[in-house]
Ligand binder design. Structure first.
Ligand SMILES: [Zn+2]
Length: 137
């Protein structure tokens, strides 16, 4: 169960497809139809070539740990210590998230470790895409 008080994202028309996806258990990214660039966060045009011909597709959910910091101060909704991580998705884009299913320590959080998306329902409208080590159940 989520802890109370965690700040949650507010879906906008530009990000609604993403939040619909996480609720459906899918990590949805956008790909430019003109230059094939895959990007995140959601926006209605390609950040590389500015084309508005973009498509939403279901990503693999695989990623690797790109970087992280471990916070030791309490923040509403989090019990310290906890890691704020940046993961690099298999499709290329990077995403800020949390790592679950393992200790929040430098020994357990190894850069480049393989991760899988783990959806965590927060409310009836928001399910967050978190990541867990690939070998964790
Ligand atoms: Zn493009």
């Amino acid at each position: 169960m989520p802890e109370p008080g965690r700040a949650l994202p507010q879906p906008t028309p530009e990000t609604q497809h993403f939040w619909d996806g996480t609720q459906a258990g899918e990590l949805r990214l956008q790909r430019c139809d003109a230059c094939s660039n895959v990007y995140f966060p959601p926006r209605p045009f390609c950040p590389k070539c500015a084309s508005r011909k973009v498509s939403v597709f279901k990503a693999s959910g695989r990623a690797k740990l790109y970087s992280y910091v471990i916070h030791h101060r309490p923040v509403p909704g989090f019990t310290p210590p906890y890691a704020i991580a940046v993961v690099e998705l298999a499709e290329g884009p990077r995403m800020m998230t949390n790592i679950v299913g393992c200790p929040q320590t430098p020994e357990a959080l190894v850069l480049d470790m393989a991760l899988d998306v783990a959806f965590e329902k927060q409310t009836d409208t928001i399910t967050l895409p978190l990541f867990k080590p690939t070998n964790a159940s």
